[in-house]
Design a protein around this ligand. Structure first.
Ligand code: SF4
Ligand code: SF4
Length: 262
């Protein structure tokens, strides 16, 4: 039986997820042995644009050229997996997505300069453009979660990711809650999977794993306002990593109206 044919691609992001795959160290040989990696520009030079069983895509999509490449990958792949917060949710570069005003912001940075590379688009997550079968969260992804997901995907099974927030992992570790000290912690809104590594070192969670399932943005927003944070600061911090997704929910909850009334 032939090995599953895999491609690993990177768009707008820090390339940390691809680096994390390379950082699998002793497991990397098992990974490269279990699948046939046809394309992985960060790791090999003989890359091929052929039919794929699974494509892993890192980064948000922020130019027309990237969009064409993404569509080409999608047309060749049976399964497309978004890896990391930028691919899954847009990342920090998508935190203003729901506010509009991209043209104005673009002009503020580049003025009338002629950009020769490719026309810029407002950065958006991969599933804003093509169908995505699976999202592996993290900033960067966790190698244990990644390898577990790969082993299940190649076996034709669906990987499992936690559906609860970082707070659950934080409580498993019996940490004192940082929110009770009045510090800004995004744990209640953020998908578990990192092992609550930041609050376990008394550092507030900034939400880098992306939004958890069934998140209650309104409750966290209200709590932080009660603790004395300004609406602008709360909005900025809770859209920082989960950008596109949380901003949509905030809009739905009409929290901007709440801001105006305060
Ligand atoms: S410290 Fe943060 S992650 Fe831990 S329980 Fe409190 S809010 Fe949740
Ligand atoms: S605790 Fe929060 S900020 Fe820290 S790694 Fe986990 S998700 Fe990211």
């Amino acid at each position: 039986m032939s090995s599953p044919r895999v491609g690993i691609y990177g768009f707008t992001g820090c390339a940390g997820d691809q680096l994390m795959i390379l950082n699998c160290e002793d497991r990397l040989i098992d990974l490269f042995g279990a699948v046939d990696i046809l394309s992985f520009a960060m790791a090999k030079s003989d890359n091929k644009d052929e039919e794929l069983d699974v494509a892993f895509v890192e980064g948000s999509i922020s130019t027309e050229e990237q969009l064409e490449h993404l569509k080409n990958i999608r047309s060749r792949a049976k399964v497309l997996v978004a890896i990391g917060t930028c691919a899954c949710w847009g990342g920090p570069q998508a935190m203003k997505l729901e506010e509009g005003g991209f043209e104005k912001r673009y002009k503020g940075v580049y003025g009338d300069a002629k950009i020769a590379v490719s026309k810029a688009l407002e950065a958006q997550p991969v599933d804003a453009f093509v169908k995505v079968e699976l999202k592996i969260p993290g900033c960067p992804i966790d190698k244990t979660e990644f390898l577990s997901a790969v082993s299940k995907i190649v076996a034709g099974r669906h990987p499992y990711f936690y559906k609860f927030p970082v707070c659950t992992e934080c409580k498993w570790k019996e940490n004192l809650c940082i929110l009770l000290e009045g510090k800004f912690c995004a744990g209640p809104l953020t998908k578990a999977g990192c092992g609550a590594v930041c609050p376990s070192h008394n550092i507030p969670c900034v939400g880098c794993w992306g939004p958890t399932d069934d998140l209650n943005v309104g409750a966290e927003y209200k709590l932080l306002i009660e603790k004395g944070y300004s609406p602008e600061e709360v909005t900025r911090k809770i859209t920082k990593f989960s950008g596109a997704e949380v901003a949509k929910l905030m809009k739905g909850l009409e929290l901007k109206d709440m801001e105006a009334k305060k």
